[in-house]
Design a protein around this ligand. Structure first.
Ligand SMILES: O=P(O)(O)O[C@H]1O[C@H](CO)[C@@H](O)[C@H]1O
Ligand SMILES: [Mn+2]
Ligand SMILES: [Mn+2]
Length: 397
């Protein structure tokens, strides 16, 4: 057991904010993807003065983001070691879980025997069973769904079984129940990463998805850094999707969010209310509203909105606190693909305990974050390489 070095760590995941193709990106159809750099180019330069001050411009050339002299944070980028590019795999690796076997995906839809069994169990036929973008598939099949009462099943490049239904046709309660049936069924050989309820409202031509989305994840392997911290009596607080991504395992407290700015508000609320532990936040809109929807201008605005809130987050920090800003995969909105991209993620580590300006280089796994959390909190974890020795101010040894 090492010595505890900080009181609190705030770990903020900017969902899908990748920073350049991984060496094996071509295997995933993602050659040339670079979410941050391509968004910056598409809008002729990003206005991110606060992230620039931390050192974002040192990680990769980004139009409009200068590499400042004396950056306040230690900076680098991380490769994903697990074979995947989905949210679950990315977050689990940040928590020290390396998936040897990727979650199974269904580029041709789900096998007949699964669909037959599912239809029998829920007492309704289904529509779709294809790879699709969620907003497009409800436009395409929404009317037929309303006429027949058949839910729409679709998947993506991620390991997901998504069920879309109009809230007036299949009430939420029933939608959640049929998702639980799917979750139960999709085990063993067909253990998909997530079953997702995708309710929507409105009329044909103007359907809108609602905030009643619900994710049913497979529970993560243990131990991981969250369960280890919890067992050591260190509180773990999830903001936004974190609780769902870990199926609640290793999460002491959780708070839901409406959007990115609410995610920042709730993160700051935890920072004000709790004096110690890990605050683990996910800001999902980069991915859900802009990355998957191929909207670089919206993506840029959302990055700039976060940047404007960064000083508030920094002010809420304790003297013995470290802020880590990173991501879970890419989702380049400038490529034709509407799916995630296999990318490096940025790494910024800031706070009084940390030496600014240290180049943390190219890390071989996201699990270096977990190893560093273990190091900061003085607990043991066997995965990843801690960057704490490289950045700690006045190590007490
Ligand atoms: O296109 P929509 O429905 O937003 O779905 C996207 O969101 C899913 C889960 O985050 C991904 O697998 C992708 O399919
Ligand atoms: Mn994600
Ligand atoms: Mn996504």
């Amino acid at each position: 057991m090492t010595e505890r070095k900080v009181r609190r760590v705030s770990l903020i995941v900017l969902d899908s904010v990748g920073i350049g193709e991984l060496p094996d990106a071509a295997d995933y159809g993602d050659k040339g993807s670079n979410t941050l750099a391509n968004v910056a180019k598409a809008v002729q330069g990003l206005n991110l003065p606060n992230l620039a001050k931390l050192g974002l411009g040192h990680i990769h050339p980004l139009q409009g983001v200068e590499p400042m002299t004396n950056p306040l944070a230690a900076y680098g980028k991380m490769a994903e070691r697990s074979m995947g590019k989905d949210t679950t795999t990315g977050h689990w690796e940040l928590a020290g879980i390396i998936l040897e076997k990727p979650f199974r995906t269904y580029p041709q839809g789900f096998p007949k025997e699964i669909i037959d069994k599912f239809e029998n169990r829920i007492g309704r036929k289904i529509l779709g069973n294809v790879v699709a973008s969620g907003t497009q598939i409800i436009e395409e099949l929404g009317k037929q769904h309303m006429d027949t009462g058949c839910p729409i099943v679709y998947t993506s490049a991620d390991s997901v079984f998504q069920i879309a239904a109009h809230e007036d046709v299949i009430p939420l309660e029933e939608l959640y129940r049929i998702c639980e049936i799917a979750r139960q069924m999709l085990d063993g050989e067909h253990k998909v990463g997530r079953v997702i309820a995708r309710p929507f409202v409105g009329k044909p031509g103007s359907f809108q998805r609602t905030a009643n989305r619900h994710d049913y994840a497979v529970p993560p392997p243990v131990p991981n850094i969250l369960t280890i911290l919890q067992e050591a009596g260190i509180k773990t607080m999830g903001v936004g999707k974190i609780y769902d991504i870990f199926a609640g395992v290793g999460i002491s407290d959780t708070i839901k969010t409406k959007d990115n700015m609410d995610g920042v508000d709730k993160t700051i609320k935890f920072m004000k209310d709790t004096q110690e532990g890990l605050i683990f936040a996910n800001l999902v809109e980069y991915d859900s509203l802009y990355g998957h929807r191929n909207d670089p201008a919206g993506y840029a605005r959302a990055l700039e909105a976060f940047d404007r809130r960064l000083p508030e987050i920094m002010e809420a920090m304790l003297p013995e606190e470290v802020l880590i800003i990173t991501a879970d995969h890419g989702c380049d909105p400038t490529t034709t693909s509407t799916d995630h991209s296999r990318e490096y993620v940025p790494l910024l580590v800031y706070g009084e305990p940390v030496k600014g300006g240290v180049n943390l280089g190219t890390r071989t796994s996201f699990s270096d974050v977990a190893a560093s959390l273990a190091d900061f909190f003085g607990v043991n974890l066997k995965t990843g390489i801690s960057f704490v020795p490289e950045i700690l101010n006045n190590p007490k040894d």
